[in-house]
Design a binder for this molecule. Structure first.
Ligand code: SF4
Ligand code: SF4
Ligand code: SF4
Length: 308
């Protein structure tokens, strides 16, 4: 399929709205800081910033290079927020789903946050230069399967008209169908090969808003639960632990896949788990806060066919 440009003309207006609203809430004392994006040093690049004053709020912006899920900063600072005062945060729809999940898991309180939602046509894939135009060839694969372009339930959403969204080859759906058509032994061989590339850098864990345990099970050494060196058995154990701990929680932001230096298709596994959760429990992450995810609750209607 030929690459088609994706309309990002609203991003300049969105940037202006984000700056104006951030300045307002900072000046009126509604928040003590706004977590958002500002231009980076490399041409076209964007970096997360925490704007605490009018000077830094004036640098806030949004573009197709605004890839980071900023919710992870709130997870890491969750103990400080109730003491420090209300925090503003800029969120794309996929990031908002993660934040909503964290509120549902009692990690953050809605009343401690001021949510600035971004109408979003998509962001760039991790493999392209940040100054690249957004097109069906350069967009992050998650954006082609997105159902969260327009966040709801936020305190502020820029008043812009979202252009019609384009769909191209749906990478994850196509790849999941290909893997499902394989035999279990072939599927196992595929994932074994992928996991064998893992160098246990744990970048995927550090960037994930839901990996908030103060001590990860995989770092414990008395007793050691998962081998820490990057060898086949420990790698497989780590990836099974990661997938199972995120099942029914993962918001699909694909940050884990973006930061993986070994190009392991982590979001493919996340998407497959999400598909299973949808089929088994009719559950998918959204913009509504749920107190309990599907694997943290039980009803007698749940599928029990796995009990032999
Ligand atoms: S998945 Fe949706 S909300 Fe997230 S960056 Fe892509 S288009 Fe935007
Ligand atoms: S597992 Fe990956 S896709 Fe899911 S919430 Fe964490 S970083 Fe995002
Ligand atoms: S980021 Fe990639 S290489 Fe690093 S631990 Fe995660 S899967 Fe392994």
């Amino acid at each position: 399929m030929n690459s088609q440009l994706i309309d990002t003309s609203i991003y300049a207006d969105i940037s202006r709205f984000i700056r104006d609203e951030s300045l307002r809430i900072l000046l009126e004392g509604e928040v003590i800081a706004v977590v958002g994006y500002a231009a980076g040093r490399r041409k076209g690049s964007v970096q997360p910033i925490i704007a605490c004053d009018t000077e830094s709020a004036g640098r806030l912006m949004f573009s197709q290079a605004s890839v980071n899920n900023l919710a992870v900063y709130l997870t890491k600072a969750k103990k400080e927020i109730p003491k420090s005062g209300k925090i503003g945060i800029v969120l794309k729809g996929c990031d908002l789903k993660a934040l909503v999940g964290l509120i549902g898991e009692s990690q953050l309180k809605r009343e401690d946050l001021y949510l600035i939602g971004v109408p979003c046509s998509g962001v760039l894939a991790s493999t392209v230069h940040p100054a690249t135009e957004l097109a069906t060839e350069t967009i992050a694969p998650k954006c082609l399967e997105c159902d969260a372009h327009l966040p709801t339930g936020c305190d502020f959403v820029p008043d812009v008209a979202l252009p019609p969204q384009q769909k191209s080859d749906l990478k994850y759906a196509v790849e999941i169908a290909r893997l499902e058509a394989l035999t279990p032994a072939e599927r196992w061989a595929y994932w074994k090969e992928q996991f064998s590339k893992c160098i246990k850098c744990y970048a995927c864990r550090q960037v994930c808003p839901f990996c908030f345990c103060e001590q990860c099970l995989c770092d414990r050494n008395k007793p050691q639960m998962v081998e820490t060196t990057p060898r086949p058995a420990g790698n497989t154990a780590w990836h099974i632990v990661r997938a199972m701990h995120l099942a029914g929680r993962c918001a699909g932001c694909a940050e884990c896949e973006r930061v993986c230096p070994m190009d392991i298709p982590l979001n493919l596994l996340n998407r497959k788990m999400a598909k299973e959760l949808k089929e088994l429990f009719d559950y998918e992450p959204g913009f509504e806060v749920n107190d309990k995810g599907p694997l943290a609750s039980f009803t007698d209607k749940d599928d029990q066919s796995f009990i032999k």
